[in-house]
Design a protein. Structure first.
Lengths: 500, 485
């Protein structure tokens, strides 16, 4: 029983179990960096490992055949239920995760954090968690890696928080995430149980096995709700986003939020596990999910307008556009899913870039209150323009990956829901443009009270971090073809389960 | 293999912008001037290379851009669009001269934005693929936002810039939707305008497409009631920028190029809607002039008024109508653009373009006053100026197809002319009351040069219009023939 999935084992495509190396490298890196302790070599080692992981991801991308719908480079170790493989969709997420981690190591340096060695070690552990989630085909392993990553982020928040209210933010974060994780694990258990029921007591959490024994009726609905809401907390989807604004405002500025929302593992989890494992429930609940997501786009956009803190505002921007991604996933349409994957990568890059810039601004001014920022454009024009371009990418400006992606989602949305909801969703995007521009104006363009002359000029490392993110963004934006090619067949394979 | 003339034209400004950053900041405006002159030369070369009696679309360049979406990088021009690039190049050159001494902070940034805007504008006129067109269309917003937000003429200009940006972005939503709808209606989704023109759309899709386009382009045109951004923009922006925005009628061009030819049946069924919108816009603009005391805002209303006339003429769906519309739009680039530039010169001297703080300006600035009169008269369609042929054809077309609306349009134009002359009298004649006006100096040689070129064009096209009209005519006839059912 493989539930419609097929795979190509790794020896066919490469001489090495690449995915195993991909998962172990950050862990080894974390151990090495940890061993160096506070020596300056730790920092260098952290960067080297992050870069090596990024290069390895590129090697993996060059090995797979995107035009085939099968999962590739598969590795299995049955006694532990270890089962990994990648396709076009997971590769996009993997590349984003590796790129963002590498940028974070550069960023961490330029911000001048305390004990950077320890920070990098934890960062690499978090990366290992992310990579593990993105390559595994075993839903229990997914949950385990998710726990690993959450632990790493919690530790980061505890140790490197940037404001006094951190404990409150931390408590909220742990409560929400633990609850979401528990829901997800509950969902896994329901699925595993029903598999055991169907096969006479043999438990399994493997995607291939589970897809062959999809539970019927109420159990499927229960599994769907547990998994979906577990991931929705993580994603975060309105109205389960309560942890993010506090964490964004009080936690470590860029690294924490970027790890949690830069790589949209929640969306990935829905595509990889929820859609194939509970197809009937997905189709049944589709209108409700989409309705909530629509409301979320506008409600959070309205909340974003109320914010006086740049970091909180960005947090609401994330919630608003995540709703758009969920609409894309639940269009259950190949173009919509392909658009969602690209848009998720686009949002991840753009929002992380914006968060970096907020971090740079915080280092100069010691505040992210919009009322206290002004006239930054005169002193750091490059960062200001980068901020605006990232903002425009979120809105789907032509020339950024958001454009083709939004285009695909619109097409799918017209097909699945008709014109009116589509227009509404697109207008939600314009609302996002509204608050991002408004924030940009207040922070960067408004006339300064104190003149802003004590603000440092842009530093080389800042040029590098934002420059890499910008180049990656615009390069994908103007040459979308390879990315569309990479994700096309895999998206079709996901959508095929929902014949219409 | 012919050289890719249109790509050269579109990307010359961008190359200039890149060059800016390699050279020291003090050379910025000279480099910009060089790039704009080169662009003007390229635009002229395109005009010469274009054969009005040849095939409809010429100088076509086509490269596959995004294969899986079937999007092409496709440029090309026909008789309706070939005159727009030279007008664009000329107007940008004028705008550069008008702001020659004004840009002191971050000049390289300012000039590269100006060049980027020029690149996007030229791209709009040359694009023959709906996605490419949309890319250029949205790309104009970024430079405009920065130019207005950072170098605006008044304190609140950043807010106006954001307002403009958001309205235009919201206008882009129906437009993108229209193009996606269009592509999805084909058996093989395509964004290629030439292919789309060849296959008629299903009837129901045409209505949706036309209405979405009317909203999307109507915001830019601007058609009443989507016009609210223009007067405040005209007030907040420096004159050179307003000249570019108002002088280049991108919205009306979009209606001519995409909305009507791609949905011919729906457009002809809804002729009353187009004609009605045109008439309302015309009358509204004309009456709006009467209520203004600021010359810049009045000029913005005058342009609303004329573009209403162009839409009314288009609603006749005849070759005469579209020929008139295109020539009026072109004349507008020169005349209204010129008038805005002159107002910018005036604002630099007196600090205001409000009639209450002018009065008697003709005494101290006779050249400026007479130049403004000529451009202004061209703006209200005086015989002998470049606007007259186009206006005449439009009125004729309107009277034949919608007689009542045509009569109303005549009446509206009379109001507009009267309103303009009344404002002109108050601003430029009468006793000099203010010190700024009394001490103002007349046009400098650099400004003179701009004026001479513009006035020469206004007069020359007005007195001997046939060569220009002949370039447009074959394409206009093909356009009208394409609508026949």
């Amino acid at each position: 029983m493989s539930g419609g999935f097929s795979e190509i084992l790794w020896p066919v495509q490469s001489g090495l179990p690449l995915l195993l190396v991909l998962q172990l490298l950050p862990l080894v890196g974390a151990a090495v960096v940890f061993a160096f302790n506070e020596r300056s070599t730790a920092v260098v080692a952290g960067k080297v490992f992050a870069l090596a992981e990024l290069l390895l991801c590129i090697v993996v991308a060059s090995r797979i055949k995107p035009e085939s719908a099968t999962l590739q480079l598969a590795e299995r170790f049955v006694p532990l239920g270890y089962h990994v493989a990648v396709d076009g969709i997971s590769l996009v997420f993997l590349l984003v995760a590796a790129l963002l981690t590498f940028l974070m190591t550069l960023y961490g340096m330029s911000r001048g954090m305390i004990s950077p060695g320890r920070l990098f070690a934890v960062l690499l552990v978090a990366e290992a968690g992310l990579v593990g989630m993105l390559v595994t085909l075993n839903i229990a392993w997914f949950a385990a890696f998710s726990a690993l990553e959450l632990w790493a982020v919690t530790y980061l928040l505890r140790r490197w928080a940037s404001s006094r209210a951190e404990t409150q933010a931390l408590a909220r974060f742990v409560q929400y995430q633990a609850f979401g994780w528990a829901l997800f694990v509950g969902g896994c258990l329901v699925l595993g149980w029903s598999h055991a029921d169907a096969t006479g007591g043999r438990w399994s959490f493997d995607l291939f096995d589970l897809a062959g024994t999809v539970p019927a009726g109420k159990f499927q609905t229960a599994a769907f709700y547990l998994l979906f809401y577990g991931l929705a907390v993580r994603t975060p989807l309105f109205p389960l986003h309560g942890w993010l604004p506090n964490m964004a405002q009080h936690g470590l500025i860029a690294v924490g939020p970027a790890l949690m929302v830069g790589v949209k593992v929640g969306i990935y989890g829905m595509l990889r596990f929820v859609l194939p494992l509970t197809p009937a429930a997905v189709e049944y609940w589709q209108p409700y999910v989409v309705g909530f997501a629509m409301a979320g786009v506008f409600f959070t956009a309205a909340l974003a307008f109320q914010q006086t803190n740049l970091r909180r505002l960005l947090a609401f921007a994330v919630v608003s556009h995540t709703s758009l991604l969920v609409i894309g996933v639940f269009s259950l349409h190949e173009a919509g899913i392909q658009g969602t994957v690209l848009l998720a990568a686009n949002f991840g890059l753009a929002v992380t870039g914006m968060w970096f810039i907020v971090g740079f601004v915080f280092r100069r001014t010691g505040t992210t209150e919009l009322g206290e920022l002004s006239g930054l454009f005169e002193r750091i024009p490059f960062l200001a323009i980068a901020f605006l371009i990232f903002g425009l990418a979120i809105v789907g400006m032509p020339g950024t990956p958001g454009f083709d992606a939004a285009h695909l989602i619109l097409e799918a949305s017209i097909d699945s829901f008709g014109a009116l909801p589509t227009v509404a969703a697109a207008l939600g995007n314009v609302a996002a443009a509204g608050f991002l521009l408004w924030a940009f104006q207040r922070a960067f363009l408004s006339q300064g009270k104190q003149g802003g002359h004590d603000v440092d000029r842009t530093m080389p490392m800042e040029y590098l971090v934002c420059g890499i993110a910008l180049v990656a963004m615009l390069a994908i934006g103007f040459f979308t073809e390879p990315w569309l090619h990479l994700t096309e067949t895999a998206s079709q394979a996901v959508a095929e389960r929902f014949a219409r | 293999m012919t050289p890719p003339l249109l790509s050269l034209l579109v990307f010359l400004p961008l190359a200039g912008a890149a060059l800016l950053w390699l050279l020291p900041a003090c050379a910025a405006r000279v480099v910009t001037a060089g790039a704009m002159l080169a662009t003007l030369a390229a635009a002229s070369a395109v005009m010469v290379a274009f054969d009005p009696d040849g095939p409809r679309f010429q100088l076509i360049e086509r490269v596959l851009w995004v294969a899986s979406l079937n999007v092409h990088y496709q440029l090309g021009i026909d008789g309706l669009s070939v005159l727009f690039p030279p007008a664009t190049a000329l107007l940008f050159l004028g705008a550069l001269v008008a702001s020659w001494n004004l840009v002191h902070d971050a000049p390289r940034f300012y000039y590269s934005l100006l060049l980027l805007l020029q690149c996007a504008t030229l791209g709009i006129f040359c694009a023959l693929d709906t996605v490419l067109f949309f890319v250029f269309w949205e790309l104009t917003l970024v430079p405009l936002y920065f130019l207005l937000g950072r170098w605006g003429a008044v304190a609140g200009s950043a807010r106006v810039a954001a307002h403009y940006f958001l309205i235009m972005l919201a206008g882009g939503v129906p437009l993108l939707l229209a193009f996606v709808l269009l592509a999805a209606s084909q058996s093989v989704p395509t964004f290629d305008l030439l292919a789309l023109l060849a296959v008629p759309l299903p009837h129901a899709t045409q209505y949706a497409f036309l209405l979405l386009c009317l909203i999307g382009f109507g915001v830019k045109v601007p058609l009443v009631p989507l016009h609210t951004w223009l007067p405040q923009f005209a007030l907040a922006a420096p004159g050179s920028l307003t000249a570019l925005l108002v002088g280049l009628k991108l919205g009306a061009y979009g209606l001519v190029r995409f909305a009507i030819p791609l949905a011919p049946d729906a457009a002809q069924d809804l002729h009353w809607l187009l004609a009605g919108l045109g008439t309302v816009t015309l009358i509204y603009g004309a009456v709006g002039i009467l209520a203004q005391s600021n010359l810049r805002v009045a000029l913005a209303y005058a342009s609303i008024c004329h573009v209403g006339l162009a839409v009314l003429g288009l609603a006749a769906f005849t070759a005469q109508g579209v020929q008139g519309a295109v020539s009026l739009l072109l004349s507008f680039s020169v005349a209204t653009g010129g008038a805005f530039l002159l107002l910018e010169f005036l604002r630099q001297r007196t600090g205001s373009t409000d009639i209450h703080s002018l009065g008697g300006a003709a005494k101290t600035m006779p050249l400026l006053a007479s130049g403004f009169l000529i451009c202004g008269l061209a703006g209200v369609g005086m015989p002998g100026t470049s606007s007259f042929p186009g206006e005449f054809m439009l009125i004729l077309a309107a009277l034949q197809s919608h007689t009542g609306a045509g009569m109303a349009a005549l009446f509206g134009l009379a109001i507009a002319a009267a309103g303009f002359l009344a404002l002109y009298r108050k601003a430029f004649f009468g006793p000099v009351t203010r010190r700024e006006v009394a001490e103002a100096e007349d046009l400098r040689p650099r400004e003179w040069a701009v004026l001479i070129v513009l006035i020469f064009l206004v007069g020359a096209i007005g007195l001997y219009p046939s060569p220009w009209l002949e370039i447009v005519r074959p394409a206009a006839e093909a356009w009208a023939a394409g609508l026949a059912r």
